[in-house]
Design a protein around this ligand. Structure first.
Ligand code: DTR
Ligand code: ZN
Ligand code: ZN
Ligand code: CA
Length: 452
């Protein structure tokens, strides 16, 4: 989970150099903030220049929102989003509309395969060195048997939300960023190969790397990193190491997804994968949890590959890893991953009753907590307006994360808050306090984490 990075107030599109200067300025002038009153609104933009360089947290709720859209599109178009079927073009139009609204320059590339018209969507983020193009992509088509939510709505949504995060941050990386959503992968990597084959050689040589994301939310997930390029592999391995998540080399990838189209013409490739039809071993369960002897994705290429066929933790971690790679490779600045303290034990919330708490004990740190302490919250609930959510510092000081609302009837609170906790000692028992203050509807704390 990353420090959420509100764009610097009044300074949209800060350049890397500008942010670095600001970082020096802010650090020089920084002084411990006053102790936040109990009602401090943790959502007030708390920004340090360091945060301006740090990859953002990609909101899981946003990524899942795109998956819900893909599911609806499939349902409205014969049950799939396959090449040559209306659901594919409807998926592309959805993604394109989001990107156009976010300031991207989008291009639809048309091709023919199997007697049907196919389409690639290319989105360029204005700016950056045109001779150093960093690309990330995912195939947008499903098989004909289903909606293809994990394969590959997950990769498509993770890349889309990262592109939208670039826009929200007004990022101006040194490299030029380009994103691709490929057609007809399921019938033989057709769209990505068409793109590469029609990219003039001079332009191919400008692509510094292509990052591929195909199946990144598998329900019984593994955490696999492509090993085609050592540096690109390291970017992803370091990210997961920062989370304390072990990774393995992706061993079935050669030729199995769109990165092969780029690798075949000499472009450096990397990427992530959470597994398809192969079964998870007992040894892998030891490091990742899940179920041994069961496929990473039991619904691979099946009609049950729906929004229910997603592991939220895997999708969240991989979406954040996409952003980490884009920020790190795009800006050339490596921001060390934060130290994560997490509690994943479920805590039932009493309907319309007393507050409940979940504790995270921080130790071994020196000094106070940071002015931009990241608080990742995952609460499952059927009417989130019932909930009041606070962070309690070890000394009992309360920081309001979320107020109740009679009008917010949506499910779940899956969000990252930033708290100026610089007045609090870092070490000690931090608590998440949740109270349901209205009858009917209730839920539980699924997990929460602090990132220092
Ligand atoms: N061919 C992909 C699934 C797949 C199988 N192995 C890998 C390795 C790396 C990425 C993807 C895959 C598909 O069915 O779309
Ligand atoms: Zn597939
Ligand atoms: Zn796929
Ligand atoms: Ca309630």
């Amino acid at each position: 989970m990353r420090i959420s990075v509100p764009s610097l107030p009044g300074r949209p599109g800060r350049t890397l150099a500008g942010a670095a200067i600001a970082l020096a300025g802010l650090l020089a002038a920084a002084s411990p903030a006053a102790t936040a009153p109990a009602t401090a609104n943790a959502n007030a933009p708390t920004t340090t220049a360091a945060a301006a360089l740090a990859p953002p947290d990609i909101p899981l709720a946003n990524v899942k929102g795109h998956l819900t859209q893909f599911q609806s599109i499939a349902a409205a178009n014969g049950g799939n989003r396959a090449h040559g079927r209306p659901g594919y073009r409807a998926s592309l139009d959805y993604v394109k509309a989001k990107l156009d609204a976010a300031g991207y320059t989008t291009t639809i590339q048309q091709f023919t395969s199997g007697g049907a018209t196919g389409y690639n969507l290319i989105a360029d983020w204005p700016g950056g060195d045109p001779d150093q193009v960093l690309m990330a992509g995912a195939h947008l088509d499903s098989v004909t048997t289903g909606a293809g939510i994990n394969d590959n709505g997950s990769g498509s949504a993770a890349v889309l939300e990262t592109a939208l995060a670039v826009s929200r941050a007004g990022l101006q990386p040194t490299k030029h960023l380009r994103f691709g959503w490929w057609g007809a992968e399921e019938v033989g990597l057709v769209g990505s190969r068409y793109y590469v084959n029609n990219l003039p050689a001079a332009d191919r040589s400008k692509v510094s790397a292509y990052l591929n994301f195909d199946m990144v939310g598998s329900p019984n997930p593994g955490y696999f990193v492509y090993d085609d390029d050592v540096q690109l592999e390291k970017v992803f391995k370091d990210y997961f190491a920062g989370l304390g998540v072990a990774t393995e080399i992706e061993t079935e990838g050669d030729g199995r997804s769109d990165h092969a189209s780029f690798k075949n013409v000499g472009i450096r490739v990397g990427g992530l994968f959470t597994g398809a039809g192969r079964t998870k071993t007992a040894a892998q369960v030891q490091k990742w949890g899940g179920t041994a002897g069961q496929a990473f994705d039991r619904c691979y290429h099946s009609s049950c590959d729906t929004t229910a066929n997603i592991n939220d933790t895997a999708l969240d971690r991989n979406s954040d890893a996409v952003a980490h790679a884009i920020w790190t490779l795009g800006t050339g600045v490596v921001v060390p991953p934060g130290d994560v303290y997490e509690n994943t034990a479920d805590v039932a919330i009493t309907d319309n009753g007393a507050a409940v708490t979940s504790t995270v004990t921080v130790s071994g740190r020196t000094g106070n907590a940071p002015p931009a302490l990241s608080v990742g919250v995952d609460i499952r609930h059927t009417f989130r307006g019932d909930l009041v959510v606070d962070l309690l510092a070890p000394d009992g000081t309360a920081y309001r994360l979320k107020n109740s609302s009679t009008s917010d009837s949506a499910d779940n609170v899956i969000a990252t808050y930033t708290v100026n906790a610089s007045a609090e000692a870092a070490n000690g028992a931090w608590k998440l306090r949740v109270q349901d203050i209205a009858a009917q509807d209730t839920g539980y704390i699924n997990s929460w984490k602090l990132t220092f």
